[in-house]
Design a protein around this ligand. Structure first.
Ligand code: V47
Ligand code: SF4
Length: 359
């Protein structure tokens, strides 16, 4: 009888797709090294030995949020100690600092602010772009886009086109969490549904902007919920081709309110990254976000099908507020060393995966 791993190997060799049932069976497989070898093989066919990183900076303009997702240690209410909203000048100073440090991208997301008008976000993009025309602006989750549509009473496509006109160039993949409603309703009951997230992202793709996709894992979800999440992403990617990278985000439990969740172990993290690579045959890039995974697991994942380590980041709040023990930032040399010591070739890219320099 052909074993599961043989079937998967044959499919990878033939460039064929694995089924949902096979992906679920892989989550039950304890032969981690065999699984990693298959994922590495699938990755090599697409990306050879290159591993991408970029020089970027995160800016979280506000942690005030009208939602109270139970997994989120970042968001605050107006009366809470530690709540903040950056002024336009603060944001411009951070952007200028990024530009001076050689960044090619700003990654900007925030909470759903109870009072800021939509014009604030348009002005933020336009004034950053005016000062720093070379910085790619990757900003706003689908959850924020939906919120802007509510704020303005305008259709999502209209909101996106206005943001695009102001300087928006792509979207990160946040807010996807886990699409399965029974878990989503427990961990983020006020957030838009999984269906709405996919609908907003489909509209973003149709408006001509690329996005990423994420999956928050290691809380209350089952392996079947993870496969359901991957299946919906693979389906949308077949339709639009607008996703660049898939990023599984390892849940950080400190200061959160998810009952019983203890965080993600190394085996689970590597398995999830490897299965994502194998299942998502229509995604070019699988990203190990070192902030949530830690540097060691992120590095080892380069032998488990991952081909992107994200960027220099510089100032990170979402994971660190929830106890992430990774550094705040890495420099180019540290990223190159991590990649090289895994036997891979470091390549600096821009946000749209155009190669800037091979090291
Ligand atoms: O949407 C919130 C997640 C996301 C926690 O697209 C948490 O390139 C773990 O999406 N533990 C924001 N995760 C971050 C994000 C991202 C990061 C890096 C690169 C890209 C990209 C996207 O962080 C949120 C949510 O899913 N998150 N709280 C937590 N306690
Ligand atoms: Fe708000 Fe986003 Fe945190 Fe949810 S995950 S509470 S939407 S900042």
């Amino acid at each position: 009888m052909t074993s599961l791993l043989d079937t998967v190997r044959i499919k990878i060799d033939a460039g064929a797709r694995i089924s949902d049932a096979e992906a679920l069976a892989l989550f039950a497989c304890n032969d981690l090294l065999a699984l990693g070898t298959l994922a590495a093989q699938a990755n090599r066919r697409k990306n050879s030995d290159k591993v991408y990183f970029n020089v970027n900076r995160h800016i979280n303009y506000t942690n005030l949020c009208v939602n109270r997702c139970t997994f989120c240690a970042f968001s605050k209410e107006v009366e809470d100690e530690g709540c903040y909203t950056l002024t336009l000048n603060d944001i411009l100073a951070k952007a200028a600092e990024a530009q001076r440090a050689g960044a090619t991208e700003l990654h900007m997301v925030g909470g759903l602010h109870p009072a800021l008008p939509f014009d604030f976000y348009l002005e933020m993009l336009a004034s950053i772009k005016a000062d720093n025309p070379g910085l790619h602006l990757k900003a706003f989750t689908a959850v924020e886009i939906d919120y802007f549509a509510q704020l303005t009473g305008q259709p999502v496509a209209h909101v996106i086109l206005e943001l695009k006109e102001a300087g928006l160039e792509s979207l990160p993949g946040g807010g996807a969490e886990i699409f399965a409603p029974q878990v989503r309703n427990k961990i983020c009951p006020e957030k838009i549904s999984g269906e709405r997230w996919l609908e907003v992202i489909e509209t973003v793709h149709r408006c001509g902007l690329k996005t990423n996709a994420t999956m928050l894992f290691g809380h209350l979800e089952t392996p079947a919920d993870r496969v359901d999440h991957l299946a919906r992403l693979r389906q949308l990617q077949d339709l639009t081709g607008g996703f660049q990278a898939f990023i599984p985000l390892a849940f950080q439990p400190d200061n959160t309110r998810v009952p019983g969740a203890t965080g993600v172990g190394g085996v689970d993290a590597l398995k999830t990254l490897a299965i994502s690579r194998i299942y998502l045959d229509n995604f070019q890039h699988i990203k190990a976000y070192w902030v949530m995974l830690g540097l060691k697991i992120a590095q080892v994942s380069l032998c488990f099908g991952v081909n992107d380590l994200d960027g220099t980041v510089v100032e990170e709040k979402i994971g660190h507020d929830a106890g992430a023990d990774s550094p705040q930032q890495l420099d180019k040399e540290q990223l190159c060393a991590l990649i090289r010591k895994a036997g891979k070739v470091p390549v600096e890219r821009d946000t749209l995966y155009r190669e800037i320099q091979e090291y």
